[in-house]
Ligand binder design. Structure first.
Ligand code: GTP
Ligand code: MG
Length: 483
């Protein structure tokens, strides 16, 4: 039972960190052009996230203090460094000057050599940015009250006990009518949400907490202000899961609320070829970016990425591996959207969640992949029947009742007899899903690896039966442990 609870907690943690980093990535790509209209986004950004479990207010406070102090120190050092470089020093010389300096010395250096009063630099640079929900006051039955608790997102507090930390901490912010808000507060344009952006010194203090009643209400108050925090103390609360050595790691990502997403974007039912091609193209990009991935298999809104058995990617830390893969995939999905849907506007940024599971042997790994392909077949056959019944005039519940308890053979017969469809002739991509892997050389292909003329490999997408032994015999290099 204990083991089950641990697994559930791991899956939950993975879901939270991946969903946040995924949405963050796709929003980042979506908003890029608003901030850099002259500059094309040429590479898909990916962010890493991790979980720090803050079971007490003290830990939460220590965490926030640590991050804000880190921001301050980094920014002060970088300001000095770049001023020294601008004034003619090489990077090495500048680093030499700064070696062993304290905060006060750096402040004096900036002031005396460059006339810069550090405290006057923009608060966003010195203090970082806090995003939180504003406690909205409205009247009902003569009483004024704040109806919704406020959660900060994405930088502050997605959950009381669980904090997602996103690196690098960059935030694209849209600002609207800032005059209406107090000094240092701006409203982040976000439909239906009253989110504000605040810059402040010591965000982990009683005074900051008291000023923002939403925080007090949702999280409670700090006992006293703290000053000194050792990063090791906070790091000890990190939710670390190191994946078993010498096992095949599978990262499965799954679109979040893709039912709604596909309705909103009018995907063809039950399968939209272009939507699936877009997923496949993102998987190709992921495999090109993360060379430890040896095989991936996709169906509907999910993709499974298999990392080679002895991979040391992110030191085999589950959060690092899952977050960068899901983040890169999400960025790619938004960047590639126009190429696959030139006529359709991306109405909402998509997001995916992900989890990592280890498989100790090739056989068990192949069982896993077979399970996903069987699932693809079962779902596709059901969905094909379902949507044909709907097209023929049945309601959704009638179609569901009709199909209840039917077996594969019966569904095949239904398709032939009622609709003249031979299931086996439907596109392979719909029936078999998509397998993506590095294949042998083809110098004319764009997806290539290795020096000219030598061991060129390319990533290919095929729609074939991966349950049968023959596929693996034909491609022995995929799961070759010596590769
Ligand atoms: P969560 O994963 O729990 O967030 O829910 P979800 O809405 O993403 O559903 P789920 O992952 O179980 O299933 C994926 C859903 O995406 C399907 O039920 C479909 O509604 C939708 N979907 C995926 N691929 C296609 C497609 O090619 N065409 C259409 N029309 N819908 C699709
Ligand atoms: Mg889904």
């Amino acid at each position: 039972m204990k083991e089950e609870a641990r697994r559930e907690a791991e899956a939950e943690a993975s879901k939270i960190l991946s969903a946040i980093v995924s949405l963050f990535s796709s929003v980042y790509v979506t908003k890029w052009k608003d901030y850099f209209c002259q500059m094309e986004l040429r590479f898909a950004p990916s962010f890493q996230s991790r979980i720090i479990t803050c079971a007490s207010m003290e830990v939460l406070q220590a965490y926030l203090t640590w991050r804000q102090k880190d921001c301050h120190v980094q920014n002060q050092c970088n300001t000095c460094l770049w001023m020294l470089i601008k004034s003619g020093n090489s990077e090495r010389e500048a680093q030499e000057v700064l070696k062993g300096t304290g905060k006060q010395e750096r402040n004096e250096l900036l002031f005396q050599q460059f006339g810069i009063n550090y405290k006057k630099l923009p608060p966003m640079f010195r203090q970082g940015s806090c995003v939180l929900r504003r406690a909205k006051r409205f009247k009902s039955e003569g009483q004024e009250h704040a109806p919704y608790p406020s959660l900060a997102y994405p930088a502050l507090i997605p959950y009381y006990t669980v904090l997602g930390r996103i690196q690098p901490q960059k935030l694209a912010i849209e600002v609207e009518d800032s005059d209406k808000y107090k000094d240092g507060e701006t409203l982040v344009k976000s439909p239906g949400r009253n989110v504000i952006l605040v810059y402040s010194g010591n965000i982990a203090s009683r005074s900051f907490w008291s000023e923002h009643s939403c925080l007090l209400k949702e999280l409670g108050s700090f006992e006293e202000d703290i000053n000194k925090v050792k990063p090791e103390y906070v790091k000890s609360f990190e939710f670390v899961r190191k994946l078993l050595p010498s096992t095949w790691i599978v990262v499965r990502i799954d679109g979040r609320h893709f039912h709604g997403f596909s309705e909103e974007h009018e995907f063809e039912k039950p399968n939209d070829g272009q939507a699936l091609n877009l997923m496949n193209s993102c998987a190709v990009a992921v495999m090109e970016e993360f060379k430890d991935i040896v095989f991936s298999y996709g169906v509907s809104d999910e993709f499974s990425f298999v990392l080679k058995r002895d991979s040391q990617f992110h030191d085999r830390h589950a959060s690092g591996i899952v977050s960068v893969i899901v983040s890169f995939f999400s960025s790619m999905y938004v960047m590639k959207w126009k190429g696959f849907f030139p006529e359709k506007e991306l109405k909402n940024p998509p997001s995916f969640d992900g989890r990592a599971v280890c498989y100790p042997t090739k056989e068990i790994l192949r069982d896993y992949l077979a399970w996903r392909q069987v699932d693809c077949h079962i779902n596709n056959q059901y969905n094909t029947c379902f949507w044909m019944l709907i097209k023929s005039g049945k309601s959704k519940s009638e179609a569901q009742d009709y199909l209840k308890g039917t077996r594969a053979q019966e569904k095949s017969e239904l398709l032939v007899q009622q609709f003249g469809i031979d299931y086996q002739t439907l596109p392979d991509m719909f029936r078999q899903g998509s397998s993506v892997f590095w294949d042998k050389e083809d110098p004319t292909e764009r997806y290539s690896d290795g020096p000219d003329g030598k061991s060129r490999k390319k990533v290919v997408v095929e729609h074939c039966n991966i349950i049968e032994q023959s596929f693996w015999e034909a491609h022995p290099n995929i799961l070759d442990e010596e590769r």
